[in-house]
Write a protein of this length. Structure first.
Length: 317
């Protein structure tokens, strides 16, 4: 009888653990967001082709931003209202087509991942993710130096041929880089190992799943990109672990497209799959290309068109 009682208690304990884990997994309510709000015009010509945005870790409240191909290989520092403060040139990297960036912390050190992954005509032989130690930000908004030796580059190819992509996410729990293509219908999710000391050879990005909710979706709107290409992904970030109670089994993602911000869980089992949780439709804006998510889950969106509004989507705390 004692043995049976022990088994029953163990089962009840296991059930309680499962219920606790389920409650934790559902703790983040993606519907607890306010409507998108305009935070002022993006007027600085230095941001006229902005393609990536990420929250700075070394000083708050600042953002890092980049421009896409054809512009200088520079990290630009913006204040909390999206105003340009200063920039750091990284001439040693070059800018073939920078399209996204993400900040992350590894072993207590702050890093910036720059995604040189744009390929409008799908003909590049090699793509790059540059891992840059996050520079010091001084109180006056100036940026400290980064040496060439400190920057590491992961060169890679897709396992099934060239792809155009504009969205990158850093999945620390699974030690991987996630890449989401733009022009495939539907967009395709790939995985690349997150290697902080990459070797000098070309790595291979593995196809995980297709994002069937995205792609050829259209919304009625004032801008052609939102009307015809509302589901084309232009940026991505892995949601903060402390908000989503993340586990290696499911990776919570925010994906920016021309028409909306989407929330997905990437289910990490064989075969991997994507589950849509929620969508927030953007107000009328041309070419939403850059998105940042802070530690509290607040979302900031920029367009690459000078004169458009910076959009902020606050959480309802």
């Amino acid at each position: 009888m004692k043995l049976k009682g022990f088994k029953m208690l163990a089962c009840l304990g296991g059930l309680g653990l499962m219920m606790t884990q389920t409650a934790q997994a559902q703790a983040f309510d993606y519907k607890q967001y306010a409507q998108p709000q305009a935070m002022g015009q993006q007027s600085d010509s230095k941001l006229e082709e902005v393609s990536g945005l990420a929250v700075a870790h070394s000083r708050s409240p600042y953002f890092w931003a980049i421009n896409d191909g054809g512009n200088s290989p520079s990290l630009m520092l913006l204040d909390g209202k999206g105003k340009f403060k200063s920039q750091l040139n990284l001439e040693q990297l070059g800018n073939h087509d920078w399209e996204d960036l993400e900040t992350f912390v590894m072993d207590g050190k702050n890093y910036i991942a720059i995604a040189d992954i744009g390929d409008n005509f799908s003909r590049r032989k090699v793509y790059y993710v540059h891992l840059v130690p996050e520079p010091k930000i001084f109180p006056d908004g100036q940026i400290g130096p980064v040496s060439r030796e400190q920057i590491k580059t992961i060169a890679f190819q897709y396992e099934d041929g060239p792809r155009d992509a504009e969205a990158l996410g850093i999945d620390l729990l699974n030690k991987r880089i996630l890449l989401l293509t733009k022009r495939d219908a539907p967009p395709r999710m790939y995985s690349l190992p997150l290697i902080m000391q990459p070797q000098r050879f070309v790595y291979r990005a593995k196809h995980l799943t297709d994002m069937n909710e995205l792609g050829q979706m259209s919304f009625s709107g004032d801008y052609l990109t939102q009307t015809l290409y509302a589901g084309m992904p232009t940026s991505m970030t892995v949601m903060p672990d402390q908000l989503t109670m993340a586990t290696p089994k499911a990776t919570s993602l925010a994906v920016l497209s021309y028409g909306a911000v989407w929330f997905f869980d990437l289910i990490n089992k064989e075969p991997p799959s994507a589950q849509k949780n929620h969508m927030i439709k953007l107000p009328a804006m041309p070419q939403a290309e850059a998105m940042a998510v802070d530690a509290q889950g607040e979302i900031t969106v920029l367009s690459e068109i000078t004169g458009s509004n910076m959009i902020r989507i606050p959480r309802l705390m």
